[in-house]
Design a protein around this ligand. Sequence first.
Ligand code: RIB
Length: 300
Amino acid sequence: MKKNILVIGSSNMDMVVKVPHFPQPGETIMGGNFFMNQGGKGANQAVTVSRLDGNIDFICKTGNDSISKQMIDLFAAEGINTNWILKDKELPSGVAIIMVDKNAENNIVVAAGANGNLSCQDIDNSMEAIDNSDYILMQLEIPIETVEYVIKIASEKGKKVILNPAPMAKLSDNILKNIYLLTPNQVEAETLTGIKIESENSLTKVADAIYGKGVENVVITLGAEGAFIYNGTSEKVPAIKTTPVDTTGAGDVFNGALTVALAEGKDLHEAVRFANKASAISITRDGAILSIPQRNEIAE
Ligand code: RIB
C-alpha cells in the first residue's frame, strides 16, 4: 500500500533566460530567448510526486492573478487536488527570475509574493490534508514560522517530515529533532554546521553533526558526485552520468522522487537510487516543471 504524501511549499512562475555567462554588477549581456514555465520548489516537488505516481496533496498560496490561474490549471492537469491551493487577496503570485549559463548552472532570484503569506492559520484551515498524510515534504520558500508549526503538529500526529532546507535559513534544534529526513545540498549542509566539506572525512563529520541534533536520517546531495546517506552508518550513492543542459529544479525532483520511493516502502538506499535517476533525467531538459520525468521514463 502506497503511503500518502503532502507537499507544503512555494509555487512560482519561472522567467528564464539562457546566458553565455552570469553578468557582473553593472554589466549588460545578451542572452538567448526568454521562456516561462511553472516552478517554485514546492510546486516542482508536488508535480514530481504526481508524475511518479505518488499519492499527492499540495498546500501552497498564490496571488489572485493570471499567474495563479496558470498554476492552478497546471496542478489540475497534473492530477493534483486543487482544494488546498490558497489565494492571497493582496500579494501577487510568486515569481522567480532565472539565468542558466552554458554549464547548466543557474542564478535564481525569487519574489515570494503570496508564498510569504502562507500562514499558521492557513495550516489550521488545511488540517484535513495533514491528517490524511503519512509523509510531509517541505522546503524553505514559505515563512519559517509556518514550517516550524507544521513540524510541531506533524510530530504530535506521528507524521514523517522530510525537510529540504532550501533556500537555507537558520534551523533551530527544536525543528531538527522532529525531522525524519533532512536533505541539504553541500552548501546548505556546510552552512548548517559551519564545517567545510573538503573530503570524505569532513562529509561524514558534517552529516554526523546534523544527525547529532536528532534528525533521524540525513541525505546530503552532492550534484554530479551523487548523494551521501547518513543515519549512524554512512553510504555514498553515485549520481547517474548525463550531459546537463539546465539543472534548475534538479534538487526538487530528487526530493519528490525520494519521497515517492519511501512512500512505496523502499529503503533509503533504493529511494536515493530512484531519486538519482529522476533528477538525472530532469537536468537533460530545460526548465523546472517542464523537465520533470514521467514514471515510465525512470524504468527506461
Ligand atoms: O529549485 C528551483 C526553483 O527555485 C525554481 O523553480 C524557482 O521557482 C525557485 O523556487
